[in-house]
Write a protein that binds this ligand. Structure first.
Ligand code: PEP
Ligand code: MG
Length: 859
């Protein structure tokens, strides 16, 4: 470091308490690989500029950015730890790369509640990335106030010119496919830069036409890399060859990121295709990428051509005619929009699709919305101007709601924009978008509304990708009901892909392959055709019962959330409902449903099944990951270990009584079963059963079977004792895995490890079946494992006799059962119970499936 050339004061970007970098739970910050500075435990949620300068880097997930000051000091701000995995959810950037910012200017707004729940830590780092510019760091301590307190004082150094000769030959490395799921974000970039700094040579990372200094963290992040990008390392200097070798190898190994975090395509063909796709990478406008990632919104595989979708612009004149004239225009536009939506509704078969459009029609009559528009019209404004200001205001109110429990309401804000845009188009004389699609279209859009999708020729739409949106988005729901793959939350880069380009869309993995080779395309097409044949074959056998080759009957029933899914389940061959998630009646509303409303819903479902089929209603299972807006659970340090499932019901016995009465009223219509969730103690079961017995007595003893979910280890370990007091068990493998392995079921980093195929979970299932057997009780599985073909032989072998699966899986699971022999399954189960790891179990189950008919081996 050279002599001092002045000071730089860094102000607090957030209010909170300062902590030293070495206490940050991330080695790249704690070991100062990223740079030197401080960390803040924040109490405010808007990140302010701590120095004046230019935004030189803004991560696409908006959790990290860099400001470069006039002296060339790079100040990196990184909100939280592991926040890159949130893929931008919870963050709103208020600036862009290239913006000049002043001290105290708002940079990023973030949802503290959401980030705190979903990231490893909220600790926010303020570090100088190019430490060679600084001769001394003087950090402050204690409480700081955003924009007011100093967090760091820097004494700046004179940087000395490099004396290094660059006359040596340029060395170019082999292409490396980036394995990091979120590209080179702060952590891997810091590890890479630290490695590059070990060499004297000038080292560059090359991505298409862009280049970055491999020793500069900021430059690396500025490349905006994504998973699957192909990079080259090039170097020039005395140790260039060694530098290229080491830096390339570090890149290929993920720069310290766990291999397990890499999203691996499920489809073997795409797995083998990734390197082939990558090797043909070429630049598409501003985008260089062969595989773009997003969030899976609807599963499936498609090969098609890119169609770019843009909203038409609507010009709105502020000044209107007379108040009466403008009111008449608004009335007419609302009526016309209503008719248009009616016409769209008639083109849909599926109830979920019709419901979405019904919500839109209800919004057209929303009194608040209309009142606001009328008020604006009364100020001599045009109907279009008034309507636009009213619906945007309403949409923003919903979209700005904070907290993870408001995710659905934020999505409803989009519905208001959608239907609002339709009316506005009518007022302004612009037709609502009715795109004419070419054949085999895969649509790329910033956002899509249900109206956009509803109006297209569905025989031509094979799938879509949007930059915005999530799995609760209505258009994601529509895509699932159309059975087409879709990905949400994609990088803006998708909007620059050249129309007409042939791509592969893998909705299961949330991957878009933008440069597939001819060989890959033909493999994928073959795969799609094989899958279609298989599905058709399975469908033909869907309505028949399923038994093993040696005569063991298995009940294949459906997991559903409402009447419509029940009807679909029956149509797909379900022998009943093995899990009705009754939460559907309680979600997304302002108050709890009363007994009559609940009874009507259960009766409709019971009627749809009829007296020959079984219905297992699970009582309300909220708490933990399932919040209820009108029932505020006081904050808990460990919500998954707090008030959840049956504990909530026993805490609110009136709510439980109301629900039980409503279920009992539907009992004569079906083979009714009542099941309690999250039971951990025999006392809980007894209390719940006592309440049920009282309500049964009051209603003249309607017949029901009473069961419980086995989803915590105590229930499995004590299955024999529990079996004395219930008629059946249903194993919730989702939670049972979480609680057996002590791994959060929604944690992105633990997703691969929290595996129901782990021998410990299989042992829990074995214990449950053994306990039930002692008292002649039956066992079902309603967790996600039951829908996995690979799990079916081991579940049958362990003693499970009912598989409650997602509706689309019914036919395939029945076909799988028919290909198995009970005796072989029992031997297999005993074998895998002796194994030590999930990988061993999976490998054995895979080889077992290979030995079966080609049908069963397709996993
Ligand atoms: C389970 O835990 O496996 C289960 C079926 O319940 P849920 O996924 O609704 O918690
Ligand atoms: Mg559960």
């Amino acid at each position: 470091m050279g002599a001092s050339r002045g000071q730089l004061v860094i102000m607090a970007p957030l209010s909170g308490v300062l902590v030293s970098l070495d206490s940050v739970p991330d080695p790249v910050f704690a070991q100062k690989l990223v740079g030197d500075g401080v960390s803040i435990d924040p109490t405010s949620d808007v990140l302010l500029a701590p120095v004046a300068g230019t935004i030189t880097q803004l991560h696409k997930s908006h959790h990290a950015l860099t400001i470069t000051t006039a002296q060339g000091v790079e100040v990196l701000l990184h909100i939280g730890v592991d926040t890159v995995t949130l893929k931008g959810e919870g963050f709103t950037a208020l600036v862009h790369v290239g913006d000049a910012v002043t001290v105290g200017q708002a940079l990023v707004r973030f949802d503290m509640d959401f980030v705190a729940r979903n990231a490893r830590s909220l600790l926010t780092q303020v570090v100088v990335a190019n430490v060679d510019k600084v001769s001394r760091f003087v950090p402050a301590t204690g409480l700081v106030e955003a924009g007011q307190s100093v967090v760091l004082t820097l004494e700046l150094a004179d940087t000395e010119p490099s004396l290094e000769s660059v006359s040596q030959d340029l060395v170019l490395g082999d292409p490396v496919v980036l394995p990091n799921p979120a590209g080179l974000h702060a952590r891997p970039a810091a590890v890479l830069a630290a490695q590059a700094k070990q060499f004297q040579s000038d080292i560059r990372l090359v991505l298409g036409t862009q280049e970055a200094n491999a020793k500069s963290l900021v430059a690396i992040m500025g490349l905006g890399t994504a998973h699957g990008d192909v990079l080259h390392v090039k170097a020039q200097g005395v140790d260039a060859a060694e530098a290229v070798r080491c830096v390339s190898s570090m890149l290929a190994q993920g720069c310290g990121e766990e291999a397990g975090a890499v999203p691996t395509p499920l489809m073997p063909v795409l797995e083998s295709a990734a390197p082939m796709l990558a090797s043909t990478v070429k630049t598409l406008g501003a985008v260089t990428a062969s595989v773009l990632t997003g969030v899976s919104a609807s599963p499936g595989l498609a090969v098609g051509q890119i169609v770019q979708w843009r909203a038409p612009s609507v010009e709105v004149v502020e000044q209107g005619g007379t108040v009466d004239q403008e009111l008449a225009k608004l009335d007419a536009a609302l009526a016309q929009a209503h008719e248009q939506i009616d016409a769209l509704k008639s083109t849909f078969k599926d109830a979920s699709q019709v419901n979405i459009l019904a919500v839109h029609q209800a919004l057209l009559e929303d009194p608040d919305l209309l009142e606001q528009a009328i008020q604006v019209i009364s100020k001599q404004k045009s109907a279009a101007f008034a309507w636009q200001s009213a619906f945007i205001n309403h949409a923003e109110r919903l979209e700005n709601l904070q907290g993870s429990s408001n995710a659905l309401l934020r999505e409803r804000g989009k519905d208001i924009r959608d239907v609002g845009g339709r009316v506005l188009g009518l007022l302004a004389g612009v037709e609502h978008r009715q795109a004419t699609l070419p054949e085999q279209a895969i649509v790329m859009a910033e956002d899509l509304s249900p109206s956009d999708i509803a109006g297209v020729d569905r025989s031509k739409l094979l799938g879509f990708c949007t930059v915005s949106g999530g799995a609760t988005n209505h258009v994601a729901i529509l895509a699932r009901s159309f059975g087409i793959p879709a990905i949400c939350g994609m990088d803006q880069a998708v909007l620059s892909l050249v129309p007409g380009t042939t791509v592969v869309l893998d909705g299961d993995q949330g991957l878009l392959y933008t440069q597939p080779s001819a060989q890959v395309l033909s493999q994928v097409r073959q795969r799609i055709a094989e899958q279609a044949d298989l599905r058709a074959q399975e469908k033909r056998g869907a309505q028949a019962p399923a038994s093993t080759t040696d005569g063991q009957a298995m009940d294949v029933v459906a997991n559903v959330r409402n009447l419509q899914e029940t009807q679909e389940g029956v149509a797909h061959g379900a022998q009943g409902v093995g899990l009705l998630r009754s939460e559907f009646l309680f979600d997304d509303r302002a108050s709890a449903p009363d007994e009559n409303e609940q009874a009507a819903a259960y009766m409709a479902i019971a009627q749809a099944l009829g007296p020959q089929r079984s219905l297992v209603v699970r009582t309300l299972d909220v708490g933990g990951d399932k919040p209820l807006s009108y029932w505020p659970i006081p904050p808990e340090a460990n919500p998954f270990l707090g008030l959840r499932g049956i504990r909530v019901s026993l805490d609110q016995p009136e709510m439980l009584r109301t629900q039980l009465r409503a279920i009992l009223r539907a009992a004569p219509l079906v083979q009714m079963h009542i099941m309690f969730p999250m039971v951990a103690l025999v006392e809980e079961l007894r209390q719940a059963k006592a309440i049920l017995a009282e309500e049964q007595k009051a209603l003249g003893q309607p017949r029901v079977q009473v069961g419980m979910m086995v989803e915590v280890p105590s229930a499995a370990v004590m299955a024999e004792q529990f079996a004395r007091e219930v008629d059946f068990f249903s194993i919730g493998t989702n939670d049972l895995t979480q609680y057996t392995l002590a791994m959060d079921r929604g944690h992105p980093k633990l997703a691969k490890l929290a595996d129901g195929f782990h021998p410990s979970v299989l042992k829990m299932i074995a214990l449950t079946c053994a306990g039930a057997r002692q008292h002649g009780k039956w066992v079902g599985v309603c967790g996600g494992m039951a829908s996995e073909r690979m799990a079916v032989p081991v579940l049958i072998g362990l003693g499970v006799r009912e598989l409650s699966v997602s509706v689309p899986a019914i036919a395939a699971i029945k076909a799988c059962v028919r290909s198995l022999s009970l005796t072989a399954c029992q031997a297999l189960a005993q074998e895998v119970l002796q194994m030590s790891t999930s990988a061993e179990v999976r490998a054995r189950l895979a080889s077992f499936a290979e030995g079966l008919s080609p049908h069963a081996s397709l996993r």
